[in-house]
Write a protein that binds this ligand. Structure first.
Ligand SMILES: [Fe+2]
Ligand SMILES: [Fe+2]
Length: 243
């Protein structure tokens, strides 16, 4: 564990029982101050990865997954919405893991993934849960939160981990794998610079559904994962977005 590729700095850390954060730094030439692109690997009978990473990043992420489990053990290649960092390497993962299928919301499946992916997706309905062993994941539709009609999130129930995608995006190339420090302040400062939210109407209601699941770990796609009272932090985000 730790750094799996010295050149890129790609690293792997277990942030909850059986859940591994894979993180690759992106240089300041791409985003001032640097940035990270993370994936989360849930190791179980039917192992799952949330976010594929960029297509061009696939060798690094494959190497990182292989430091934990054989990549052929993956059964679900899951993601929040259709963007390169979310699912750019989807077909490379499907080739590397012959028993895996894409796992995404119904909108993503019907609008994009049934066409883009080399194998048919398993579309997961709003509120539906899938047992993958001792872990189980529940899908929440979250259209346009923070962006993309097909957007949604997975909640891993046994560890209380919300795979929260682009929510709480923080800058910096070398954040701690997991922190209890404030991430709302840095993510809001970043949102002030990079206006990536869609300003949709039902934001508070969607955030409240996520808060009601009472996550204790927030698995962010960019920056540190976070440990604490996730419901309270999500409600603080809703308050901030209302201003
Ligand atoms: Fe995104
Ligand atoms: Fe992202």
């Amino acid at each position: 564990m730790g750094v799996t590729n010295k050149e890129s700095g790609t690293n792997v850390n277990e942030i909850a029982a059986g859940i591994y954060r894979i993180s690759t730094p992106v240089g300041p030439e791409v985003i001032p101050g640097g940035f990270t692109i993370n994936q989360y690997l849930i190791v179980d009978d039917q192992s799952l990865i949330f976010h594929t990473g960029l297509r061009k990043m696939f060798p690094l992420v494959r190497e990182a997954v292989a430091s934990v489990i054989p990549v052929e053990r993956l059964r679900y290649i899951a993601f929040s919405h259709v963007e390169a960092d979310e699912c750019g390497a989807l077909n490379q993962w499907l080739a590397a893991a012959p028993d895996a299928v894409p796992l995404c919301g119904r909108i993503a499946a019907s609008v994009s993934i049934e066409d883009l992916a080399d194998r048919m997706p398993r579309a997961i309905a709003d509120g539906e849960a899938i047992e993958i062993g001792t872990h189980s994941v529940q899908w929440f539709d979250a259209p346009h939160l923070p962006h993309a009609w097909e957007c949604g999130f997975l909640m891993e129930k046994s560890t209380g981990t919300l795979l929260c995608g682009d929510l709480f995006t923080q800058p910096g190339a070398h954040p701690a794998p997991i922190t209890e420090s404030d991430i709302l302040g840095p993510s809001e400062a970043f949102r002030g610079r990079m206006d990536y939210f869609s300003h949709s109407r039902n934001t508070r209601g969607m955030i409240e559904r996520l808060a009601a699941a009472n996550p204790t770990t927030l698995a962010c796609m960019h920056g540190s994962a976070w440990w604490g009272d996730g419901a309270a932090l999500l409600r603080m985000l809703a308050d901030t977005l209302d201003k």
